[in-house]
Design a protein around this ligand. Structure first.
Ligand code: NAP
Ligand code: MG
Length: 487
């Protein structure tokens, strides 16, 4: 077996970059670990600025032909990629679970089918993309979505292939070429995607994957003058760095960032439903950007809500994410675990009370935690933990609920539990968030705009909004006069 192949959960994964339709090795490597047991999964190419530049050059070289490919042919190829994802669904699921520790059953049944859907959806949307021509004093206006050029797509580890393909698919559908940089803590499924795309017939250079450390190759990608779009999902500090780097060339950016989303539980809510929604916030060990980590509960039901929440959370089985019965897996990395525990211990030192959890468990696991007695302006209420840590605060009425909900620098999502549709309408109207759910959570449709307000992001993707971002929109105005007779 090649020294560049590693076997993960029985699946061979190439550890090199994928540039211009070829595997490219780096002189150096970094080690990828499994959060399940800390085992070494492989030595991954540790990209350099020169390799990042080579990937952009490959994307630039492949762009004219890909941009000139008909919409129908691009859509056909994206469906072929989706077919490949579906054929290798089990491989992708087991490798992703080994690499980032998220539940295998959710990779099998939810995440990887969604990866295929990302390609199908944007392929189909491309074919429907249209804006009716309109008339200005007899002149026709025609709007077109023109391919923009090479795109740099940078993604995090919490939902690696899902978040990568949610960008890759529309970027390719738009007629752009792509350089994808996956996260250092979960690099493997991007390598499999390169393989699947090549087998599906995607021309060389249309999709490139560069592995490595963001701190080492990020700038070479984001400040590159040939890059026409940057789409990033990750943390606020990295986003600020990337925005500054992109500013050198005024490269348009889409930023999908962190959150500190609220779940508002009103006294008139179906309390069992509200409790289910609250416990669901421990999904993926709390490593979900959209997670409603701030439980805001109306005073009159707070005690009863807490009692039922504790009961329900006690049923969560924490352990190996490959086990069907597991509800809560490990956290991604020892550094992340340190970070989570740091937040909790500082909160407790500041007077918070851990109703459940508040400590680490053996291995890379953190006990699901609920903290009460937290001040609105405290770190634990204001900062994203990105672990299984929720806070609970109470409110007296609607105005206070909305004020607390909106009082962070984030605005990614919000969830409202109420039995009163009029209240739902009033409250949702006042919430600052890219997505608001009423009596539900995590219902996502690719036709909807997705993104965050304030520090949760810049711009929206999804449906036509994705094409608006990834394309150079053009309006062509044609006069009725001046035509020569070509009859
Ligand atoms: P991160 O540290 O910001 O990293 C995200 C990506 O950026 C990784 O690929 C990282 O590479 C790369 N990167 C790091 N430094 C860079 C630089 N100087 N230039 C270019 N790229 C650089 O975020 P994370 O900890 O992986 O992800 C968690 C965050 O993502 C949370 O805040 C979460 O809320 C957010 N998130 C948001 C959404 C959303 O849709 N809004 C979805 C999921 C997650 P390395 O891995 O090599 O450092
Ligand atoms: Mg890993």
């Amino acid at each position: 077996m090649s020294e560049h192949l590693t076997t993960v959960a029985g699946v061979a994964v190439d550890t090199r970059h994928w540039i211009g339709g070829e595997r490219v090795a780096s002189a150096a490597t970094f080690t990828d670990h499994s959060p399940i047991d800390g085992s070494v999964l492989g030595e991954i190419a540790r990209g350099t600025a020169a390799e990042a530049g080579a990937a952009v050059a490959a994307a630039k070289a492949a762009f004219p032909a890909w941009a000139a490919t008909s919409r129908e042919e691009r859509a056909r190829l994206l469906h072929a990629v989706a077919d490949g994802v579906e054929r290798r669904l089990e491989d992708l699921a087991v490798v992703e679970t080994a690499d980032n520790g998220a539940l295998l059953r959710s990779h099998r049944r939810g995440v990887m089918p969604r990866v295929a859907h990302n390609f199908r959806f944007f392929a189909d949307w491309l074919l429907k993309l249209d804006h009716a021509d309109f008339d200005t004093r007899g002149h026709s206006n025609h709007v077109s979505w023109d391919p923009a050029g090479p795109c740099v797509l940078i993604t995090p580890w919490n939902a690696p292939l899902m978040l990568a393909t949610w960008k890759v698919a529309p970027a390719l559908a738009a007629g752009n070429t792509v350089v994808l940089k996956p996260a250092e803590w979960s690099p493997l499924t991007a390598s499999l995607l390169a393989e699947i795309a090549a087998e599906a017939g995607l021309p060389a250079g249309v999709l490139n994957v560069v592995q490595g450390l963001g701190s080492e190759i990020g700038d070479a990608l984001t400040s590159h003058p040939d890059v026409r779009r940057i789409s990033f999902t990750g943390s606020v500090p990295t986003a600020k760095h990337i925005a500054a780097s992109a500013a050198a060339n005024l490269t348009p950016l889409s930023l999908e960032l962190g959150g500190k989303s609220p779940l508002l539980v009103f006294a008139d809510a179906d309390l069992d439903l509200a409790v289910d929604l609250a416990v669901e916030q421990y999904d993926n060990a709390g490593q979900v950007c959209l997670a409603a980590t701030r439980l805001l509960v109306e005073e009159s039901v707070a005690e009863e809500f807490t009692r039922r929440f504790v009961e329900k959370a006690a049923l969560l089985k924490q352990g190996d994410p490959r086990d069907e019965a597991t509800g809560l897996g490990p956290n991604i990395h020892p550094r992340q675990l340190e970070k989570i525990d740091g937040f909790v211990q500082r909160a407790v030192a500041a007077g918070a009370r851990a109703v459940i959890g508040g400590h680490r468990r053996d291995g890379q696991y953190y006990a699901p935690t609920l903290l009460t007695d937290v001040a609105q302006d405290s770190e634990i209420v204001q900062e994203e933990v990105f672990g299984p840590v929720l806070t609970l605060q109470t409110f007296g009425g609607e105005d206070e609920a909305v004020r607390l909900a909106n009082d962070t620098r984030f605005g990614l999502a919000a969830t409202v539990a109420t039995g009163d549709p009029e209240r739902a309408r009033r409250v949702t109207g006042h919430l600052v968030a890219g997505t608001v759910w009423v009596n539900c959570f995590f219902v996502r449709d690719l036709r909807a705009p997705f993104g965050g307000s304030r520090h949760s992001g810049v711009g929206r993707e999804g449906g036509t909004w994705s094409f608006d971002f990834y394309c150079d929109l053009k309006n062509t105005v044609t006069s009725p006069k001046g035509w020569k007779d070509h009859g």
